[in-house]
Design a protein around this ligand. Structure first.
Ligand code: ADP
Ligand code: MG
Length: 305
C-alpha cells in the first residue's frame, strides 16, 4: 500500500498467554502481503490488476475480500452521488498519482476526455461472488484498501484472543477495548498550528475507526497551483476547494477511509450537508483567508461530549 503501519497490543493481565512479538509481527505481515496481492494497483499480477485486464463484459470470479471492498465502495459511491468512485484509475494515472509514474504536469484536454470516458462506477457490475467491467475501466482501491487492511488486522487480532489494541495503516486507525493505561484510546487529529492555539483535538474512542483525508500530504504544484491526488470524478480533475482536511469516525476503517475521500471530493458545504444527512461523525478543517476554521457534524459533536 506504499505506506507504514503501526500496531499496539495490550498484553494479557494474567498468564493466559505470552505474546511473541516477532511471531505476531510475521503473521501480521503475512496478512498484509495477502491483501496487497489481492488489491494493489502496484502489483501487476494482483487479483485487482488481473480483473482490470479481463475482457470487457466478461464476468470474473473474485475472492471474498475483493468482493467486500467492491461492495462497500459501490455503496459509498451511491450515497455520495458518485463523488467516491474507484474507477478513477485512468485519471489517477493521468495526473501522475498512480503506478504509471508520470512527470508532474497538467494533462491536455484530449487525454483528460479519453480518461473520463473510461470512468464511472456504473461501468462496474457486481454479483454475489463475481464482477465485470462493462467498459474499459480500471479499478483503483487506494482510497479504501488501507482502511480495509486495518479491519482485516482487527479481525485477525480478535481471533488471536486480543481484547485491547490499536491498528493503524497510513493514518487510518481503529481501536478495540482500552489503551495500555486501561483508559479509552485517545486519537489526536492533526490541526494547522493557527487553529485552537496549536493544540490538537483529541478524541476518546472505543471500538471505532478514524480516517482523515487531506490535501497536505500527496500533491504537486505547477505555477503556484496545488494539484491534489483526490480526483473529482465529474470533472476528471483534482479537487479545488478550501477544505484542508476531513476526518471521519465510523464503525469500520474501510467505511471511514472511503467516506473521508468522498467528503473531501464534495468539499466543505456539500460534504458537511451529506455527513449530517447520513448521520456520520465528521470533523472538517477549512481554509479561510490566511487562517483556518473547523466545523463538526452533529454526530461528531455528540462524540466529543
Ligand atoms: P486520503 O488520505 O487523502 O484520502 P487515500 O489514500 O485514502 O488518501 O485516497 C486517495 C487515493 O484514492 C488517490 O491516490 C487515488 O488513487 C484514489 N482516488 C482519488 N480520487 C478518488 C475518488 N474520487 N474516489 C475514489 N478514489 C479516489
Ligand atoms: Mg481514503
Amino acid at each position: 500500500m506504499g505506506t507504514h503501519y503501526h500496531i499496539t497490543v495490550v498484553g494479557p493481565e494474567s498468564g493466559d498467554f505470552d505474546i511473541n512479538v516477532e511471531a505476531l509481527q510475521e503473521a501480521v505481515e503475512e496478512q498484509l502481503v495477502e491483501i496487497n496481492q489481492m488489491m494493489s494497483t502496484y502489483i501487476d499480477d494482483s487479483e485487482l490488476m488481473q480483473f482490470n485486464r479481463a475482457p470487457v463484459n466478461e464476468w470474473v470470479e473474485l475472492s471474498e475480500p475483493v468482493m467486500e471492498v467492491l461492495t462497500i465502495s459501490e455503496d459509498i459511491s451511491q450515497r455520495s452521488r458518485g463523488a467516491f468512485d474507484i474507477t478513477v484509475g485512468p485519471l489517477v494515472n493521468l495526473w501522475g498519482f498512480g503506478p504509471e509514474m508520470q512527470p508532474e504536469q497538467v494533462p491536455d484536454d484530449e487525454a483528460l476526455a479519453a480518461a473520463l470516458a473510461r470512468t464511472g462506477h456504473t461501468f462496474l457490475q457486481l454479483d454475489v461472488n463475481r464482477a465485470r467491467r462493462t467498459n474499459n475501466i480500471s479499478v483503483d482501491l487506494s482510497a479504501v484498501a488501507k482502511g480495509y487492511g486495518v479491519d482485516q488486522l482487527v479481525d485477525f487480532l480478535v481471533n488471536r484472543g486480543f481484547h485491547n489494541f490499536m491498528v493503524e495503516i497510513g493514518g487510518e486507525v481503529r481501536v478495540i477495548g482500552d489503551s495500555p493505561r486501561s483508559t479509552p484510546w485517545r486519537i489526536a487529529i492533526e490541526q494547522p498550528s493557527v487553529l485552537a492555539g496549536g493544540a490538537r483535538l483529541a478524541l476518546n474512542i472505543d471500538n471505532h475507526a478514524v480516517a482523515t483525508s487531506g490535501d497536505y500530504r500527496n500533491y504537486f504544484e505547477v505555477d503556484g497551483v496545488r494539484y491534489s491526488h483526490t480526483i473529482d470524478p465529474t470533472t476528471g480533475r483534482p479537487i479545488r476547494h478550501n477544505l484542508a482536511s476531513v476526518t471521519v469516525v465510523a464503525e469500520t476503517a474501510a467505511r471511514a477511509d472511503a467516506w473521508a475521500t468522498a467528503l473531501n471530493v464534495l468539499g466543505p458545504e456539500k460534504g458537511m450537508a451529506l455527513a449530517n444527512a447520513e448521520q456520520l461523525a465528521v470533523y472538517m478543517i477549512v481554509k479561510e483567508g490566511d487562517g483556518f476554521t473547523d466545523t463538526q457534524s452533529v454526530t461528531f459533536s455528540q462524540l466529543l461530549q
